[in-house]
Design a protein around this ligand. Structure first.
Ligand code: DGL
Length: 269
């Protein structure tokens, strides 16, 4: 007799984690998913790590109250600020977080120069420092925080001149220094991969970590005795602390389909 599949709780400051949701649905089509966007407080990236940690704990608690049995922190910023504290605060819950994919980039770069795009908080966190320290020996890492890019993506500007200008400001100097790989260290950024690739040209490899994270979630579910899925595909629940109508209108562009969105309040302790 098999038990009901555990709902996966997924959260981000906003629409970014939908890039992870997309990969999760491909990997685990029949696993129920509850996605929570903290659009009342987006962006997280420029905030102090301590504040992001408080928001993240509230988001995780809310998802657990909704029935989630595993939490995916689909946000590099929240992972940098809160992954360890979350594991401590909820010791019986498995957490899967994000870290910039410096390792695969360092392993495959031919020029030895890699660009990383992430938020200021992600670059400040110990997680990023440890990834660079462990995996990027002998590789030149160029970093950029792409100011304004998260807000532009939250506004649905996936192809605008404004978004292109932000990306050019980050990428053109990196290209001049010989990057052949770009690591997307923020879950919002996969939604502008077409624009990034227009700027870099097709020879530069752009790494979106979402498929690897989805495979990791499947491994964790299996470790916890969850079926890898036999049932029919299920529709995720999408929740936002912001305006549900606005998010609902954006979903076709972000996910390629329309889904209902529920507005919720997540109080911060
Ligand atoms: N999507 C997020 C990340 O991966 C956070 C962006 C933000 O809110 O600044 O870092």
């Amino acid at each position: 007799m098999s038990s009901a599949p555990t709902p996966i709780g997924v959260f981000d400051s906003g629409v970014g984690g939908l890039s992870v949701l997309r990969a999760l649905r491909l990997q685990l089509p029949a696993q129920p998913i509850i996605y929570l966007a903290d659009q009342a407080r987006v962006p997280y990236g420029p905030r102090p790590l301590e504040e992001v940690r408080r928001f993240s704990e509230a988001m995780a608690r809310f998802l657990l109250e909704q029935g989630a049995g595993i939490i995916v922190v689909a946000c590099n910023t929240a992972s940098a600020a809160a992954l360890q504290p979350l594991r401590k605060a909820f010791p019986h819950i498995p957490f899967v977080g994000m870290e910039p994919a410096v390792k695969p980039a360092a392993e495959t770069t031919q020029t030895g120069v890699v660009g990383v795009l992430a938020t200021p908080a992600t670059f400040q966190g110990a997680l990023y420092a440890s990834v660079v320290e462990r995996f990027a020996q002998g590789v030149t890492i160029l970093q950029d925080t792409c100011p304004g890019l998260v807000n532009a993506i939250e506004d649905g500007q996936l192809q605008s001149a404004h978004t292109r200008a932000i990306l050019e400001q980050a990428l053109l100097p990196m290209l001049a220094h010989g990057i052949d790989t770009v690591v997307l260290g923020c879950t919002h950024y996969p939604f502008v991969i077409p624009l990034i690739q227009q700027i870099t040209g097709p020879a530069v490899r752009v790494i979106d970590p979402a498929p690897a994270v989805a495979r990791q979630v499947e491994r964790v579910l299996l470790q916890h005795g969850q079926p890898a899925q036999t049932a029919a595909p299920v529709q995720p629940r999408i929740l936002t602390t912001g305006d549900p109508t606005t998010l609902q209108a954006m979903l076709p562009a972000l996910l390629g389909e329309s889904l209902p969105v529920e507005g919720v309040t997540v109080p911060i302790a």
